[in-house]
Structures are given as C-alpha cells and as structure tokens.
Ligand binder design. Structure first.
Ligand code: FAD
Length: 444
C-alpha cells in the first residue's frame, strides 16, 4: 500500500535522535496520523542524544557522509527549530603521535579533494595551535600538529531534541510513553510476511500502515538484526568551573585528539564535558530478540535513566583523567560528576542501517548510528521519510541497505575490539537483578 498523508505510522524511539527527526519531517510534510512511542518522554532520558553537547563537523569518510554533514550544517545554521542550539565555537583537531599526524594530513587531503580546503587552517607548531586556542597554553602539547575548522563547533544536544518535541506537540503528533510506548513485539499477518503494527509492554496493540524502529542501541535487542549492529557504551564526565575559570574558557573551540579524547567550552552554567577516545564497551547477554529463532549473544544497553547510580568502569576514570591532564592541566584535581555511559549502535562499516526489514513488509529499521550521528538530527528524518515513500536517493539506499555478513560490527571501524563490561569493575553501584532486567525490553 502506498503512503498518503492519512497513513498511520508508528515511530518507536521517537523521543531519541533519529526517531524524533523522523516524526518531525513526517509532520512537516503534512502526515496527520503519526504516533511517537518511547520508554521516556521527549527528550528521552536514555537517548544517546540527551546530553549537554555534541561535536558538529563535516564528516569526510565517504560521499554519503559528506553530503549529509553539509545538509546538516545548513539546517543547524538556518532552520529556526535548530539554529539556537548550534554554537559556532570552531573546532581544533590535533595530535602528537605519528599515526595521528598522518590522519590529520589525510583529512586535509580529503578536504582539498572535496573543495573545502579553504575552510580550514593547518597548524604546524605548538605556537600556531596556542595562537588559535590560547586555553591550551599551559598544556603539554609538545610535537602536536592541528587543523582548525572555522565552521565547526558544538550542538546543545538535549535542548535541540526538546525543541523538536515542542514542534511535534504544535503539529498535534500523538505520543505514548512508559509501558504503553515500550516496544515488545510486532503484529504480523497470518503468513508472517507483513507487519500490521506493534504491541507494547503493557499489552496495547497498535495497528499501523508503517512501523519505524528508531530505538538506537536498543534495536538489536528488540528485533533480529542478524548481527548487523553491536551496541556499545561510550563515557563522559562533567566538571564545574568557577565564574573566573568560565571567563577564561568561554569561546574555546572544541578540542579533539584521536588518541586522547575531547572537551567542550563551558555551558552557560559553567559545566565542562570531557570524553576519552576508545573502542567502546559491550554488554553481552543471552537474549532472544523478536524474530530470532533462539536465544543468542546480544550486547544489551543498560539504561542510565533506569540505573541512575551507574557510572563508568574504573578504567575510564584513568583515561578521562588522562585527557584532563593533557588538555586542562589546571583542572586535573577537579571533582568529576555525572560520570556516565551512553549507548550507541555500531555497524561493521559505520554506515547507518536504514531500510525495510526484509522479512516483514512495512517494518523499517533506522539505526546503526555508529557513534557519529547526532549532528544529523535536523535532516536524517527527511531521508527516512523518502525511504518510506520509496524515493530515497540510490547512493543512500545502497549505503544503508540490509547487509548481514558484510563485516564485524563488534570491531566496526574502531582501533580494537570493544571490551565487555562484565570484565570491568567500578561502574555498577546498585543491586538490581540485571538478568531479570534483561528480559525487560527497552528499560534495562
Ligand atoms: P537514541 O538517540 O539513543 O534514541 C533511541 C531511543 O529509543 C531512545 O529515546 C530510547 O528511549 C528509545 N527506546 C529504547 N528502547 C525502546 C523500546 N523498547 N521501545 C520504545 N523506545 C525505545 N554524535 C555526533 O554527531 N557528535 C558527537 O560529538 C557525538 N558524541 C558522542 C559522545 C558520546 C559519549 C556518545 C555516547 C555518543 C556520541 N555521538 C555523537 C553519537 C550520537 O549521540 C548518536 O549517534 C545518536 O544520538 C544516536 O541516535 P539514535 O536515534 O540512534 O539513538
């Protein structure tokens, strides 16, 4: 059945990044029968996008990523739903290791090829780096080289998703949160080949013409994705600056070092977020997603909204402290708070997985963010609507196709295999029976 503006569409994960964007673009195109479903209200407390800030930059990995980043840059700059949340502080990519410096040179070559060379400045010496980012004056950056991106900056992530939510309310979108928004299973036709809707945790049956599963890192535990996505956690910590310190760091570009991590200028409340850089953490459990013939090992997120006392492994405290010592040595003794894990879904090739599920006509997956998709918030939904309408550009369709067996999502494009949280002490501070929780789709 072809879509028309009266078609009914369910969007699971609609309080998160990709799901809220999908709902937004459907409503903007005039669709009138849309239901956003999620475990939490928008912005979902467990969404990877519910965060102080995310990096905005142009991805040059491949032509599809480049096109999407340029579209996103335009929307963050000009769409009033998003533009208040784009902070154009600029961005410094920098490194001291020979591999890292080679990667920086490679980035410059790709920028030149893309005709964007003029938008960046190569910084060959410490003095040149400090001239661009004076806040690094006391840091140990001996031998570092850098690229300064005038155009980049950061996105006030949770606030931007909240802004989408306000627009959805104005458009009259229907919402179901909590147990009545938590995906449990699909409703299938008698021959099992067509998706007719979905059942939520409280037993509500929603019939619909299309079901979109944009449930982020939870998706591989909800439906059988044939190992195409592996859910992994990354970590961050916050520091509180004094008003004097804020004055010194306000306007500081985002500083990113692929060997160490990254930090952002202080928010209006004087909070600085610091991340380390590593291949992520998995959390493998035996589990049977909908459609799988038997239980299998699946990496399942543990929601920090549901487990607010969870922090991160002791190993992360060491690497986060290392990042602070390198970038912000004056703050190396500062107390850290909001030390947390946040979950993403890696694919083997780091491209999204956005396509119709081959076994169930009418059921679409929109996931595989691979840890770099927040910046797509303003525009990714536009392309998901094109997919639903059958008009998606061929190269996007090809990049985002169903592709089991095409690589190892556990390794993905990362430098090493992800370690499993079961082997890492320090992050769990409650006594919740996680095995019981694991069968509790969407809220573990
Ligand atoms: P989410 O935004 O997590 O949304 C998934 C939604 O599904 C949630 O709302 C959840 O509640 C819901 N859900 C789960 N289970 C169910 C269920 N059973 N039923 C219904 N709903 C359900 N990207 C960048 O572009 N720049 C960056 O600088 C950047 N930095 C990052 C730093 C960290 C530490 C992390 C963890 C990620 C970072 N990312 C960054 C990646 C970015 O956050 C993600 O790519 C993006 O937010 C993923 O969006 P999503 O919609 O797939 O998932």
């Amino acid at each position: 059945m072809r879509l028309d503006i009266n078609s009914s569409i369910l969007i699971f994960g609609g309080s998160g990044t990709i799901g809220s964007s999908t709902a937004l673009h459907l409503t903007r195109k005039g669709y009138r029968n849309i239901r956003v479903l999620d475990v939490y209200p928008i912005p979902s407390a467990q969404s990877a996008g519910n965060d102080l800030n995310k990096i905005m930059g142009t991805s040059l990995r491949n032509p599809v990523d480049r096109q999407l980043s340029l579209e996103a840059e335009d929307a963050w700059s000009n769409d009033p739903t998003f533009s208040p949340y784009y902070h154009r502080s600029g961005r410094l990519d920098c490194c001291g290791s020979s591999d890292g410096i080679n990667d920086l040179r490679d980035t410059v070559a790709k920028l030149d090829d893309a005709g964007l060379g003029h938008t960046v400045e190569w910084l060959d010496t410490e003095a040149q780096i400090i001239q661009r980012v004076p806040q690094l004056a006391g840091s140990n950056i001996q031998g570092w080289k850098g690229i300064f991106f005038e155009r980049g900056g950061w996105l006030a992530a949770a606030k931007a998703i909240d802004s989408v939510g306000r627009e959805l309310i104005r458009h009259g979108v229907q919402f179901s949160f909590g147990d009545s928004g938590t995906f449990q299973s699909l409703i299938l036709s008698d021959d099992g080949k067509t998706c007719l809707g979905a059942v939520t945790k409280d037993g509500t049956r929603y019939l619909a013409d299309r079901v979109v599963l944009a449930s982020g890192a939870w998706t591989p535990s909800l439906v059988d994705l044939e190992d195409q996505c592996c859910s992994k956690a990354w970590v961050y910590a916050h520091m509180q600056l004094t008003p004097e310190e804020v004055k010194e760091y306000i306007g500081c570009p985002v500083v990113y070092n692929e060997d160490i991590g990254f930090f952002f200028e202080p928010t209006e409340d004087g909070v600085v977020k610091v991340c380390d850089e590593f291949p992520g953490f998995t959390r493998y459990k035996m589990h049977q997603p909908f459609g799988a013939s038997k239980p299998t090992l699946v990496s399942i997120p543990r929601s920090h909204a549901r487990h607010p006392t969870d922090t991160y492994p002791d190993a992360s405290e060491i690497t986060i402290r290392k990042a602070i010592a390198a970038f912000l040595p004056n703050f190396k003794d500062k107390e850290l708070f909001n030390r947390a894990m946040c979950w993403c879904a890696d694919t083997a090739d780091a491209n999204l997985l956005v396509c119709e599920h081959p076994r169930w006509k009418g059921c679409f997956v929109a996931t595989g963010d691979s840890g770099h998709s927040f910046k797509l918030l303003p525009i990714i939904g536009k392309h998901i609507v094109e997919l639903l309408e059958g008009t998606l550009q061929e190269d996007l369709r090809e990049a985002w196709r169903w592709r089991p067996g095409s690589g190892d999502a556990r390794k993905s494009t990362r430098a090493a295999l992800a370690k499993d949280l079961a082997d890492l002490p320090g992050w769990k501070h409650d006594s919740v029976d996680t095995e019981k929780g694991d069968s509790d789709h969407g809220v573990v």
